[in-house]
Ligand binder design. Sequence first.
Ligand code: UD1
Ligand code: CA
Length: 512
Amino acid sequence: MATYPSVRYVDRSCQRGPSRGRAFTTGARVGVIPEEMRLLVSETTAVVILAAGEGTRMKSRTPKVLHTLAGRSLLGHAIAAAGDLEPRRLVVVVGHAKEQVSAAAVAAAPEAAIVVQEHQLGTGHAMRMVIESLGVMPGTVVVTYGDMPLLRGRTLSELAGRHAQAGNAATVLTAHGEFPGFGRIVRDADGAFLRIVEERDASEAERAIDEFNSGCYAFDGALLADAIKRVTTSNSQHEEYLTDVVEILRGDGHQVGTVLAADPAEITGVNDRVQLAQARRTLNDRILTDWMLAGVTIVDPASTWVDATVTIGMDAEIGPQVQLTGATAIGEGATIGPGCLLEDTTVGEDAVLLHAVCRQSQVGPRVTIGPFAYLRPGASIAADAHIGTYVELKKAHVGPGAKVPHLTYVGDATIGSGSNIGAGTIFANYDGAAKHHTEVGENAFIGSNTVLVAPVEIGDGAYTAAGSAITENVPAGDLGVSRGRQHNSDGWVLRNRPESRSATAAKRARSE
Ligand code: UD1
Ligand code: CA
C-alpha cells in the first residue's frame, strides 16, 4: 500500500472484512477509498450520526437502532462505516432511550462524543444541538443516520472526498430508485442542484422526481454552523429540516453539489422488522459474495449466515445451514457444516466440523468435530484431536491428538495429549455446591462409562476400568478399578423364568 506523509490512513477494520483485507494488501481496489481521495478524506473533521428518533414501527422494547443484523446493531454499522473515514471526531446524537443508545455507542466507539437531543424536533434541530454543545467544527462534517446499515464506509468516504475536491459548502448523497417518503432532489432546467423538498411538502411535479435525498451530507463545518441558526420550522411538520441548510447555503451564493450513490440499496433505512430482515439478507449476500471472491467456498449461500465481524481463510468450505457469528475466525482449508453454529470461535486450518455448536471456543488445526457436538464457552481443542458424537465440553482443554469420540460430558477438565476418553465417560464436575477440576494426563485411557468425580487426577499413561466411578487419583501407569466384582448366579433364568424364550435358548445352549 502506498504511504502518504502526514496522513494516517489505517483501516481499523482491515482484518475484519474480506474486501478490506484484500484491499489492504493490494492497494486501492474494491472496498477502499480511491487513492486520490485519501488526503482529502483525512481532512474529515467529524462524522455526526443522527440516532435520536424513536422508531415506533419496530414495535419493540429494544430501541430501533440497537436491533442487530450481521453481528452489529444498526447503530454499530453506522459507527463502523463512519470509522472508515478516520474522522477526528465521531458524534452520535441520541434522544429516545438515550441511556441505552449512548451506552451502545460508547461500547462500539469509546471515543464517540454523545449529544443528547431531548425532544426530536427535526434533523436540523438535531444538528443545531450538536453545534450548540460541541461548538463550530471547521473542516468537513459528514452527517449520516443510525438506521442505514447498508451504507458503506467507502460511499461516505467518496462523499467527503468529492465534497472537499469540489470545494463545496454542502454535498448531498443522492440515489435513484424507489424511496417513498424520502426527500426529492430539485434541479433547474440545466440540471443544476437547487434544493431538497420533503415528500410531504412537495408539489405533484416534485413528487415525480426520481432522485432522492439519502439524508447523508458533507458540509463545510463553519458554514453549516452559520446556516443551521437560520433554519425555520415553516413546513408541514413544523420541524427544523437539515435539508434546508443546503438551500440556505446556495442562497448565500455558496457552491453546493450532489454525489450519486452507485448502489441505491445503500441508502435504504430500516424502520420495521420487514425492512430489518431485508437489510439482513442484503448485507449477508454482500458478505458471502466478498468471501467467495476471496477464495472461500459457500455451498449454499441461501442458508449460510456470516456476520460482518467474522474472518474466513482461503479454501475453507462452508456447508449448508451454517451460521458464523461474532469474533469467529475460520482457518484456511477448514470445512464447516452442514449444520454448524459458531459464536466467537476460532477454528484452525483444515479442521472439520459437522453439526456442531461452538461458543467462545478454540479449535486447533486438523481437529475433527461431530456430528452433534456442543462446545460451550472455554472449550479448547488442540491440534489433531477428535471430538465425536453427542459430546459436550465446557471449560475443557483437550490436548493434541486426544480423542473424545462418543457420548461424553467434559466439564472443567484438562485432557493430556494422545489420551482416549471411552464412550459414555462423564466428568462429574459439580458436587451440588461448587465446580471442581479434573486432570487427565498424557496417553491415558479412560474406560467406557467411567465417571470421573472431580477433583481428581488421572496420571500419564494410566487406565480406568470400564464402568468405574473414580473418586481417587489414579497414579501414572496404574489401572483404576472402582466397581462391584461380577458374580454369576448359576441357572437363575431356568429357575425363575422357566417358560421364557430365554430359558429355552439357555437349555439348548447348556445341553450342547
Ligand atoms: C430525512 C430527510 C429526507 C431524506 C430522509 C432519508 C429531513 C428533513 N428529511 O427524512 O429528505 O430523504 O431523511 O431517510 O431531514 N433524527 C434525529 N432527531 C430528529 C429527527 C430525526 O436524530 O429530531 C434522526 C432519526 O433518528 C433518523 C434520522 O434522523 O436516524 C432521519 O430521521 P427520519 O425522521 O427518519 O427522516 P425524515 O425527516 O423523515
Ligand atoms: Ca427515515
